[in-house]
Design a protein around this ligand. Structure first.
Ligand code: F6P
Length: 358
């Protein structure tokens, strides 16, 4: 009988997950492993187990498809992260149930494709004796243990496209257009998308903003003959003297959203200019992955299978210096990589006349 690997996708979906699954399936087949894919995140591990077989045939043609062919969830019985930097203990009967399912199906190692919350869960499973390999995933690109995650490039492409579209209507109407984008506590999507899409003002959580400075930047543009402005607002951005706008907390996790509308109302009141807000929302997470995300996802999936073959349990795939390597999962959970306010990217943006409202 062939040795078996399990795989699951957990947390919010993102473009490139199917490339990972295809990479896992094909690399495993080459090494003569069988792959069971557990459905809907960790919930597929609940007895009696909910899974399908992954192989060349079942993964054929999935590379360009967004989302994940095996489903995902960021709630349920295995939630181990309850807020930034906080952990919860997974119930022992839940872990024992998962262990029984894995043993019954002869799954020796579980590949967990997820973000920082999922890596926190993976660590608890690994510490309980279930062999785990992590694959980092998030459009936010905010995991400290890897220089890049797949999904980010596709999200940035969606932001760039949205800004290109907003640009033409903004110039026609001489309006201020605000685009609210995702990213939670990190401003990477706003920063990269804003630079690529030619934004004039970018507001990110790492640089608290001041409405007076935003108004100044808009007026400065007007003195130079530009009577419209494009503003990208990261969902986690907040004024120096205010708080981030949150919708609600689910399973202990904050859900951001709404800052774009708040900024729009304030700017309209201060400038008297017509101001509109677009919330890009889940359009950033859906759709086909970019070329870069297809390649990165494939590399991550293949590397995960190599780590299984080398018995590097408790490790997570990591992208460092253009190489796909690995780090202990313990280094990955609950550690965020934020935009350095004095870093090269922010400086580059400032040098092309982008204001951060500070
Ligand atoms: O972490 C990825 C992400 O897309 C964040 O950018 C965003 O705040 C959040 O997930 C949205 O989560 P949900 O899909 O649960 O609304």
């Amino acid at each position: 009988m062939k040795p078996r690997i399990g795989v699951l996708t957990s947390g919010g979906d993102c473009p490139g997950l199917n490339a990972v699954l295809r990479g896992v399936a094909l690399a495993a087949q080459k090494l003569d492993f069988e792959v069971l894919a557990f459905l809907d995140g960790f919930e597929g591990l609940l007895p009696p187990g909910n899974f399908i077989h992954l192989n060349r045939r079942s993964t054929s043609g999935i590379m360009p498809r967004g989302g994940t062919m095996i489903g995902t969830t960021n709630r349920g019985h295995f939630v181990a992260k309850v807020g930034a930097g906080e952990k919860a203990v997974i119930a022992s009967e839940v872990i024992e149930g998962a262990r029984a399912v894995l043993q019954e199906q002869r799954v020796e190692t579980l590949i967990i494709v997820g973000g920082d919350g999922s890596m926190t869960t993976a660590l608890q499973l690994q510490e309980s004796g279930i062999n785990c390999i992590g694959v980092p995933k998030t459009i936010d690109n905010d995991l400290a243990a890897t220089a890049m995650t797949f999904g980010f490039d596709s999200a940035v492409a969606a932001v760039t496209d949205a800004l290109d579209r907003l640009h033409t209507t903004a110039t026609s109407h001489k309006r201020i257009m605000i685009l609210e984008v995702m990213g939670r506590h990190a401003g990477w999507i706003a920063l990269h998308g804003g630079i690529a899409g030619g934004a004039h003002i970018i507001l990110i959580p790492e640089i608290p903003f001041d409405y007076d400075k935003i108004t100044e930047a808009i007026h400065l543009r007007e003195t130079k003959g530009s009577v419209y402005s494009l503003i990208v607002v990261a969902e986690g951005a907040c004024p120096a003297d205010g708080q981030a706008v949150k919708r609600l907390a689910e399973a202990g996790e904050d859900r951001f959203g709404g800052i774009g509308g708040v900024v729009a109302a304030e700017i309209a009141a201060r400038t008297g200019k017509e101001t509109r807000c677009t919330v890009l929302g889940h359009l950033q997470r859906g759709g086909a992955p970019t070329t870069l995300d297809r390649i990165l996802g494939t590399r991550f999936g293949v590397k995960a299978v190599r780590l299984v073959a080398e018995k590097q349990f408790g490790c997570m795939v990591s992208y460092q210096n253009y190489q796909v390597r690995h780090v202990p999962i313990a280094d990955a959970g609950n550690r965020l990589r934020l935009v350095p306010p004095d870093g090269e990217m922010v400086q580059t943006a400032r040098d092309v006349e982008i204001s951060f409202g500070d």
